[in-house]
Design a protein around this ligand. Structure first.
Ligand code: CA
Length: 226
């Protein structure tokens, strides 16, 4: 089940979309003009946004551009008019993920929606962001403020363990088991060294960690952001 925002001013299209999506078990909310779409889009959280181009008040391109500027990363499928090839490109340039040409078949749209929801769920698992850092586990990449930072496989595994346990204190034993493997002979000291090195790569001020904090006598905790 997904939460889907539909931004569309044509009542009959809204109605048939809502009917079909709800029948698929999704939750839908409709915005009838661009301004409302932008407002609701920012409020979220949405799993997907269907966005018409020709809208009262603010067109779909503006809405898409503004949402991306505001940091909204929800997949957006634009509903473009047939024959408007340029519309597709503009939409994709502005950060839309896909487009469907009107008049579209419900079945086609349904397939696209399914594909994007699946991909988004996968990306969520494999990508993580905090502070000015972005980790892409599939590509084994760490970026800070968009710049690639060198990171070893082991550090990446360690970071993954922390990110998957945000807010929880992990003992050194738990960390070793999760990041190195059961029965691997790694000293507590080696864990500390890896944490020390990792901090240099992810912390704004490594000597005063904001994310990877030490919990005296217990281990480490990756701070959940507020
Ligand atoms: Ca329209």
């Amino acid at each position: 089940m997904a939460r889907i925002l539909i931004v569309e001013d044509e009542a009959d299209i809204v109605m048939s979309l809502e009917e079909d999506l709800r029948r698929q078990g999704h939750q839908t909310t409709a915005a009838r003009d661009g301004a409302q779409g932008l407002e609701l889009g920012k409020q979220g959280p949405w799993d997907l946004i269907l966005l018409d181009v020709m809208l009262p008040k603010l067109d779909g391109f503006d809405v898409c551009g503004e949402l991306r500027k505001a940091g909204v990363r929800t997949p957006i499928i634009m509903l473009t008019a047939r024959g408007q090839e340029a519309e597709k490109e503009i939409g994709l340039d502005l950060g839309a993920d896909d487009y469907v040409t009107k008049p579209f078949s419900v079945r086609e749209l349904r397939a696209r929606i399914r594909a994007h929801l699946r991909r988004a769920a996968r990306d969520d698992e494999r990508r993580c962001a905090f502070g000015d850092c972005e980790v892409n586990f599939d590509r084994a990449e760490l970026r800070r403020a968009g710049q690639l930072v060198e990171i070893t496989q082991q550090e990446l595994r360690l970071l993954g363990v922390f990110l998957h346990n945000r807010g929880r204190v992990l003992s050194r034993d738990q960390i070793i088991e999760a990041a190195w493997g059961h029965g691997i002979a790694i000293t507590d000291r080696a864990v500390d060294t890896h944490v020390f090195n990792l901090r240099k790569k992810i912390e704004p001020v490594p000597s005063e960690p904001r994310f990877l904090v030490g919990v005296r006598g217990l281990g480490y905790r990756f701070e959940d952001e507020v």
